[in-house]
Design a protein around this ligand. Structure first.
Ligand code: DP6
Length: 360
């Protein structure tokens, strides 16, 4: 037993590593969508995307590491062992060995929990892999958290878990994928938009209207692959590039009308790519369409700054300027709630980045 403790302390000290860390990482919602992967590497996007972090919808992950001769991963969700998650986590560890060679060996006890209820249809992989990636870079203890290098590394590792996860690292809008609009943009990791955001787009919120909490019929990973050979793929990638360039301008100049048009068009383009894939499929439900129409009618009647976006699912993300929050809440409660499953919706602020707690 003593020998074990000495070996553990020496192992961790030699590597200058930490042994236990907890990270809380936000989820994110894309304004310009990542949909389609290149065949030139792992999770390399066909087009650049941009997202807002969702500060109030997050994953909290604790990783405890002990040196060992082989790699052993124990995974639990809120304290309950979940072996079904292990194949994906193991694959993730295999993918990141090139960037973090020390993960080849050792015992990793990973526990994670989301602060939003299970069965809401909200994707948790972005927050989950964002938290795990941050925890691993933090355990390694090599880079200074105040540097771009640190967060680029976290983002690159998160990308290898789930593409969209690489955008959960930044409080400001996160851009992933090389674009002529952003000089330091990369296909390998996301960067934050460094220029100031116009006040009219600085303080927005996202309420996720839960339309269908069931498991998706077609996973995102399969959905991405259906863009290979898709009849409209090249046109979609061009559109996304163009939309990204304009959206970045809009975030700086505060043209809310154009913001709304681009964001809604992106959501509908994402779903139209699904509907025109072969095999075709549809993730929107009748209530998704009903809510979109309610949003359009309400906006036309009130001229308030609100719009919708969609993820790869039936739920509707209602984005709005916080200044008009009370009108939006009344709108949700009176008009939209009947379309929501179990009258459920979850609201979040925009922004937020991984928060780190140490245990040593
Ligand atoms: C529709 O990141 O979930 O949410 O890279 O295969 O893990 P993998 O896919 P994932 O794709 C989600 C795409 C999207 C749009 C977006 O977030 O940009």
């Amino acid at each position: 037993m003593y020998l074990g403790i000495i070996k553990f302390v020496l192992g961790v000290k030699l590597l200058n590593m930490k042994s236990k860390v907890t990270v809380t990482c936000p989820s994110n919602i894309a304004l310009i969508k990542y949909w389609g992967k290149k065949n030139t590497g792992i999770q390399i996007p066909q087009n650049p995307s941009i997202s807002w972090s969702l500060s109030d919808l997050n994953a909290k992950t604790t990783v405890q590491y002990r040196p060992g001769d082989i790699r052993q991963i124990n995974f639990s969700y809120d304290g309950l062992v979940k072996e079904s998650f292990l194949p994906k986590i193991n694959e993730f560890f295999n993918r990141i060995e090139e960037i973090l060679p020390w993960v080849k060996n050792g015992i990793f006890n990973i526990d994670t929990v989301n602060n939003f209820p299970h069965g809401t249809g909200i994707a948790s992989s972005a927050a989950g892999f964002g938290a795990l990636a941050t925890a691993l870079v933090e355990l390694e203890n090599k880079l200074n958290k105040d540097t771009d290098e640190y967060w680029n590394k976290v983002s690159e590792i998160a990308r290898l878990g789930s593409g969209s996860a690489c955008r959960s690292m930044y409080s400001k809008p996160a851009i992933w994928g090389a674009s002529e609009a952003i000089h330091d943009s990369s296909d390998y990791y996301a960067v934050e938009l460094k220029e100031p955001i116009h006040p009219s787009l600085q303080n927005w919120k996202d309420c996720v209207l839960i339309i269908d909490s069931g498991e998706k019929k077609v996973s995102s990973t399969v959905g991405h692959s259906l863009l290979n050979g898709h009849a409209y793929a090249e046109a979609r990638f061009l559109q996304a590039n163009k939309n990204l360039i304009e959206l970045i301008q809009v975030l700086k100049n505060g043209n809310v009308d154009r913001f709304i048009k681009i964001v809604e068009s992106e959501a509908l383009q994402l779903h139209s790519m699904m509907m025109s894939s072969i095999p075709y499929y549809m993730l929107m439900r009748p209530n998704t369409v009903a809510v979109i129409e309610e949003i359009w009618n309400f906006r036309e009647a009130t001229n308030l700054p609100l719009c919708f976006t969609l993820d790869a699912g039936a739920n509707v993300h209602l984005l709005y300027n916080k200044e008009v929050e009370s009108s939006i809440k009344t709108f949700i409660d009176t008009k939209l709630l009947p379309y929501c499953q179990n009258a459920t919706y979850l609201c979040s602020g925009i922004g937020g980045k991984p928060q780190i707690e140490h245990h040593d």
